[in-house]
Write a protein that binds this ligand. Structure first.
Ligand code: COA
Length: 267
């Protein structure tokens, strides 16, 4: 068991909440914090008692104001590549998590913070949230997937603009551009995320995991997403969830799915 120093974890209503807890540094991500987030997500994914995960920041000012600049300002190119590769590994594991992961963006989501939010499946922002990839101001580029995921979420033209100007996007602009799914008041932020996980958890955990794998296939080089869908669709028919879902429909009752029966298809 890893001891966490930079994140808080709590479980409520089958939801694991991971709170980046360095409010005095606007929750900036150092290497240790990224490692802790990765470990907490991995544990939540493996735990049958957990239906979904919320990632947020402590305090009311910042979700995460970026990678910790004080940590990497003396790095050489080799150290920088190692740092980036580690971030990619953890953020990819969040994206591939077979349970819903929602970023509750409670303030600044800049640089690595915007990248962390983009690696989650859904994003809910409070009205004061601000998004951006300001790395070019520091003479560097995003290193945790920002150049790729921003294009996926808002399209190439707008992504190019934000990446090159370092401009910040407010919550309403983020909503209009598709970067976030919902905007709420700061008070309603966590309950909106809980509501979304509450809806998702009524559905088949196996099917949800299949959705994650298929959507991921669309963005994976050399993988045919349509073929992945055919394979995943077929696999569903062997599952207890499919029998329960279709039987419940025919019996005009709500299905009861179990996370116990979920066997991960992860390689
Ligand atoms: N890395 C390390 N420390 C950070 C940080 C980061 N990415 N972002 C904020 N902090 C620290 C500040 O250095 C400051 O620490 P101090 O009190 O010891 O001096 C503290 O967090 C509060 O930040 P401050 O800049 O005083 O708050 P502000 O309200 O004036 O400005 C921001 C808020 C977010 C606009 C500003 O902090 C900022 O531009 N941060 C860097 C954003 C960035 O470039 N991220 C990409 C990194 S690759």
């Amino acid at each position: 068991m890893m001891t966490y120093h930079n994140i808080l974890i709590s479980v409520h209503n089958e939801i694991l909440t991971i709170t980046v807890n360095r409010a005095d540094k606007l929750n900036a991500l150092n290497k240790k914090t990224i490692e802790e987030i990765g470990d907490a997500v991995k544990n939540g994914e493996a735990d049958n008692a957990i239906a979904g995960i919320i990632i947020t920041g402590s305090g009311s000012k910042a979700f995460v104001a970026g990678a910790d600049i004080t940590e990497f300002n003396n790095y050489n190119d080799k150290e920088a590549k190692t740092l980036s590769a580690h971030g990619h590994k953890v953020f990819n594991s969040i994206e591939k998590c077979e349970k819903p992961v929602i970023a509750a963006v409670n303030g600044f989501a800049l640089g690595g913070g915007c990248e962390l939010a983009m690696s989650c499946h859904l994003r809910v922002a409070s009205e004061n949230a601000k998004f951006g990839q300001p790395e070019v101001k520091l003479g560097v580029i995003p290193g945790y997937g920002g150049t790729q995921r921003l294009i996926q979420l808002i399209g190439k033209g707008k992504a190019m603009e934000y990446l090159m100007t370092a401009d910040m996007m407010d919550a309403q602009q983020a909503l209009q551009s598709g970067l976030v799914n919902y905007v709420t008041t700061q008070d309603q932020l966590i309950s909106k995320c809980e509501e979304l996980i509450g809806k998702i958890k009524r559905n088949s955990p196996k099917a949800i995991a299949g959705i994650v794998r298929c959507v991921d296939a669309y963005f994976t080089d050399g993988v045919d997403g349509f073929k992945a869908e055919i394979d995943e669709f077929g696999k569903c028919f062997n599952s207890e969830d499919f029998r329960e879902g279709t039987t419940a429909f025919l019996e005009k009752r709500s299905p009861v799915f179990s996370r116990e029966s979920k066997v991960s298809q992860k390689q």
